[in-house]
Design a protein around this ligand. Sequence first.
Ligand SMILES: [Fe+2]
Length: 261
Amino acid sequence: MDNLPSRKTVLRAALAAGVAVPAAIVAVPALARTTTGTPPLTPACDDGDDPTPPQMEGPYFKPNSPRRNSLVQPGTAGTPLKVTGYVFGLKCLPLSNVLLDFWQADNNGAYDNVGYRFRGHQFTDAQGAFSLTTIVPGLYPGRTRHIHVKVQAPNRPVLTTQLYFPGEPRNNTDALFDPRLLMTVRNVGGGREAAFDFVLNVPQNPPTTTPPPGSGTWAAGTAYTAGARVTYSGLGYVCLQTHTAQQGWEPPSAPSLWRAE
Ligand SMILES: [Fe+2]
């Protein structure tokens, strides 16, 4: 293990920086493309960014959870916890509109198997980000502290896994515990903030052929402003970030730049 930040980590920092984000994502591969004869693929996630490993579902998953980013209700007992992160594909590009369905134990280590307390689903935004407001789950016999989640990109298989907390004594004795699923956690005020980025087994290869002329209004070399609308291969897209279009960053390949309508 070295101390170099992984590409995912760098991307995460760039994404967290806010407005400049999509430009930062585009800048590196775009430069690589313009300085070589043949457009190369975006560098592979070969620096530790393997797909997030799966874990068993366990006995307490329930379908049809409410869509909500916060599982905290008035009077909820427990240590406040906010989990944030991004969902990436195999080329370390963020994935938008990814379904995340979380479920966890309450402060006493109990699951709500009648209703939907501490259960909720959400979708990543255009930058591939998610945010969950909850509490630190309580412990229950046989397990270390964990949060369950199912993650699914559109039209892709479901990843079922669990997230863990560093520094938990039971991490050493729980046979399911996997250090690759450790969140980064810090104390903030009376609560905690945690971060975790998922990498899904989703190919993100740029198109290998130039789209035929007339396949849409999108065109490389055109300067698009946020809000601009184009068509590409029969679909409509809205520009999310002002940029100059380049080959390899066609709307279907650039979810940070274009949102399908
Ligand atoms: Fe559990």
